[in-house]
Write a protein of this length. Structure first.
Length: 237
């Protein structure tokens, strides 16, 4: 196989890979997309997610990205954690920014947060065991009685589109997600198998009034929902 390395070209080192991924994520949503998404998330939080948060408890947005969720939350403490070094540019005033190179959560003390939010994170992990390990780490960071809220693409509902994104790796359905959560020790409080469309560029209405109507109309969610929502609780001793 002489000359194979030359034909393949040099492998990407870690800094090059980081730049490629940064470019990849920026290309998915431009400034106009983000403005529209912020208006949608303002309604999603106020009309749905906020009702599932206890205002006296800290909230952690894990993999916060452009801070669409955490910027809109009302809480005694709001924490955004992401690997993006530009995270602070997206965070609203009052949001604590934690730039972390991995998902070890070493920056978050054990039993210190009341709620952890994950949106479109788990499918990017290496495999199912990494999903379980992350759920275990989050379990340690939660206060007793605290909850994890997960918004997750469901392979069973969108098999033809699930791997449209090059960084999707782990296949998850509502059943495998439930199995992983219960294996770690969570109790499922709520599961909406069909909740939001597959991506923010899907057919979810983008005007605040229509988003509110969508949230109130479960048949619309049954028709368009390709992402599953799960709320699971760390039991009190």
């Amino acid at each position: 196989m002489e000359g194979q390395a030359e034909r393949q070209g040099p492998a990407l080192d870690e800094p090059d890979l980081g730049r490629v991924l940064k470019k990849l994520y920026r290309s998915r949503f431009d400034a106009a997309d983000l403005r529209q998404m912020r208006a949608v998330w303002r309604v999603l939080v106020s009309d749905f997610f906020q009702k599932r948060l206890r205002p006296g408890l800290p909230v952690l947005d894990l993999g916060a990205g452009p801070c669409l969720f955490i910027n809109e939350v009302v809480a005694v403490q709001r924490i955004a954690l992401d690997a993006n070094p530009d995270l602070a540019q997206h965070a609203a005033q009052g949001v604590e920014v934690v730039v972390a190179e991995d998902l070890s959560l070493r920056e978050i003390p054990d039993a210190s947060v009341g709620h952890v939010f994950l949106s479109n994170i788990l499918e990017h992990l290496e495999d199912g065991l990494e999903v379980v390990r992350l759920l275990e780490r989050i379990h340690r960071k939660l206060l007793p009685g605290g909850s994890i809220l997960i918004l997750q693409p469901n392979f069973r509902l969108a098999p033809a589109r699930y791997f449209d994104f090059i960084d999707h790796r782990v296949v998850l359905t509502e059943r495998s997600l439930r199995e992983a959560l219960e294996a770690v020790g969570y109790e499922i409080r709520e599961m909406r198998v069909r909740f939001l469309p597959f991506t923010s560029k899907s057919r979810l209405p983008r005007w605040p009034l229509l988003v509110r109507l969508y949230l109130r109309c479960r048949p619309a969610q049954w028709l368009l929902g390709k992402q599953t929502f799960v709320e699971a609780v760390k039991p009190s001793p």
